[in-house]
Design a protein around this ligand. Structure first.
Ligand code: ADP
Ligand code: ADP
Length: 216
């Protein structure tokens, strides 16, 4: 099954995508994670996108489309994938449709995780990530066992540069302007679009997603 997970920044896409990927045994493809890895490694792509990401703006479509084309063409996506953070523009959505068509595949389901602006601002402000393994925590809802240390490897937890309060509302605005139209694009398409209430606690949201997927 080829799934897209959409929703505003901080809605819980990454958190839910990891759970679905684990239970469905399909790879979780997070474009945000891929870009952060490129920045950390100092690759050409990383150097091009670092400043754009810090400002909470979108990386140009052509760079994103090349990145995703290479990733979805790999062997491990044969049984499906869950895309988190892509497409973020209608142009990306169209390019994704074309690249999958070339591979004889298509998007089966779009899961839209909804949360209000105030909820996402609060969640993002309290999001912390492990510098080493990237595991995501939350100071309010998903605390590490030891303050500021990753449960997995004991490394320090940090706040993402683009999670600072002054950038978060800009990212939400970018989402409403550039990414919300992608939802309309899929509503007009023949793709199954499932609306998920992302306001409940993490387990409730997972349960709702799993139940909705099972009914298909
Ligand atoms: P969040 O999970 O909080 O929504 P992401 O980790 O998905 O954020 O993305 C972080 C940043 O990476 C974005 O603000 C943007 O700069 C860049 N980015 C990720 N995916 C895309 C994409 N599909 N198109 C353009 N920029 C992207
Ligand atoms: P996204 O990938 O959409 O940007 P994340 O999955 O990283 O969002 O979640 C954003 C923050 O909110 C993280 O700190 C995460 O631990 C926390 N979080 C995720 N889902 C929920 C939820 N349903 N209720 C409360 N906090 C949540």
């Amino acid at each position: 099954m080829n799934i897209i997970l959409m929703g505003p920044p901080g809605a819980g896409k990454g958190t839910q995508a990891k759970r679905i990927a684990q239970s469905s045994k399909i790879p979780h493809i997070s474009t945000g994670d891929m870009l952060r890895e490129a920045v950390a490694a100092g690759t050409d792509l990383g150097l091009k996108v670092r400043e754009i990401m810090e400002k909470g703006l979108l990386v140009p479509d052509d760079l994103m489309i090349d990145l995703v084309r290479e990733r979805v063409g790999r062997e491990d996506t044969k049984e499906g994938f869950i895309l988190d953070g892509f497409p973020r523009t209608v142009q990306q959505a169209k390019a994704l449709g074309n690249m999958l068509c070339d591979l004889g595949r298509k998007i089966d389901i779009v899961l839209l995780v909804n949360a209000t602006e105030d909820e996402v601002v609060e969640r993002i402000s309290s999001r912390r990530v492990c510098l080493e393994c990237g595991k995501v925590y939350n100071l309010l809802t998903l605390k590490p066992s030891v303050d500021n240390k990753c449960d997995e490897d004991g490394s320090e937890l940090i706040q993402r540069e683009d999670d600072r309060p002054e950038t978060v509302r800009d990212r939400y605005r970018v989402y409403m302007e550039k990414t919300a139209p992608v939802i309309d694009y899929y509503s007009d398409n023949e793709t199954v679009l499932l609306d998920i209430n992302g306001s409940g606690d993490i387990d409730d949201v997972t349960r709702e997603i799993m139940e909705r997927l099972e009914t298909l």
